[in-house]
Design a protein around this ligand. Sequence first.
Ligand SMILES: Nc1ncnc2c1ncn2[C@@H]1O[C@H](COP(=O)(O)OP(=O)(O)OP(=O)(O)O)[C@@H](O)[C@H]1O
Ligand SMILES: [Mg+2]
Length: 448
Amino acid sequence: MKRRVLVADDDRLSRQLLCAIVASQGHEVLEARDGHEAAAALERTELDLVLSDVNMPGPDGIQLVRRARAAGGPQVVLVTGRAEVDVAVAALRAGAADYLLKPVDPADVEALLSRLLVPPSPAETPGIVGRSPALRRVIDRVRRAASSTATVLLQGESGTGKEGLAALVHEASPRRDAPYVRVNCAALAEGVLESELFGHERGAFTGAHERRRGRFELANGGTILLDEVSEVSTGIQAKLLRVLEEQELERVGGNETIKLDVRVVATTNRDLKEEVCKGNFRGDLYYRLAVMPVRVPPLRERSDDIPLLVEHFLRLYRREATSRVERFSPAALRKLERHSWPGNVRELENTIRRVVLLDPAPVVLPEHIELEAALPTSGASPSRTGSQRSRRIKDMEREAIVAALEETGGNRVRAAGILGISVRTLYNRLKKYEREGRPCLPLRSTAA
Ligand SMILES: Nc1ncnc2c1ncn2[C@@H]1O[C@H](COP(=O)(O)OP(=O)(O)OP(=O)(O)O)[C@@H](O)[C@H]1O
Ligand SMILES: [Mg+2]
């Protein structure tokens, strides 16, 4: 990987020699003709390494080492004459990474560069495969947010890997040893979700035989993931807002106030701001959730991650089935790189899994790969377990609404009563299904 190296030396010949060696290794080189220029570059430029002469006009090499250390900046290697070895030792004490003796031997410089400029290890983020600049930027942003308690909102299409990134917020945070609790907001009906999140007291509703602590309480001291947060009802949105603002809650049917210290991470595959504009999601809650918004790019915007992901899934699924498949031919990889992946990494994962199971040959060719045609949906997720399940639940919900409207002759107030939801929620749902092109039309509608 290309890195940026500053070469500082007031002697033109030795500077040019160093620059030529560094450039020959494929790195970007910046030159400084004295200590002043070097200090300025240190301050203003993102550098990966500095190679510096010891004696120069302006700040000398040792001062540069100190400045770089103090600023948490790049490593500095000093280039010294043979007579100055004691200086080099002093430089090492001041925090220099190493020293080179003049006249420099290109082989020494090359060895030093490959030792000090190791690319950041790909294993640094376990479970998240990929090295594309787009993914790195996201991981970087997540890691940076992790150290604080700021809420993180991960937005991206279905299957882009939001769950792994949500877990990273927790893993990379000082709370990593405290609980990490996940709630899928789309999979639970409103009443169930409410008591899942906030808990309930004994007798709070029929069937509440025991007091139950909610997920927020279980996550106390740690992190809670509100997965698919766009799907929560208006009533729960109001409660969530309160928990986020006050860091306290009351269990359903209780009046004891419970103090919390919970870090919130949320995901959504909708554009939540757009949902705010449409009136489906509270703006104040949106801003509470999105202190650190993170856009997770679709796979088609980082197709350079595909070969690594293929290798990863191949290794993963070969454990599950005996398969001759060893690798994908270059043409097969190109086919994968050209596909648009509407289902993102999840779709790629399933494609590789299918190839392993079908076991066509040791080297997979393009014709061995079955790609799905894009689904004619509007931003909704393609097939697969999690989303399939939540889709089924939504279908059940829609059917229940249709039935209630039928039963009440289209009276929305009474229908809401039958469904046990607020009229407002019912209106929101009706609007939502209408937008999705599946309006809830009762057979005998007299519309309220
Ligand atoms: N960078 C990655 N490296 C390895 N596996 C990944 C990566 N991104 C996604 N996956 C895998 O792809 C699948 C889908 O990812 P995930 O469940 O995180 O998607 P999502 O963004 O939460 O989608 P949805 O909105 O549908 O819930 C998972 O099996 C996950 O392990
Ligand atoms: Mg998810």
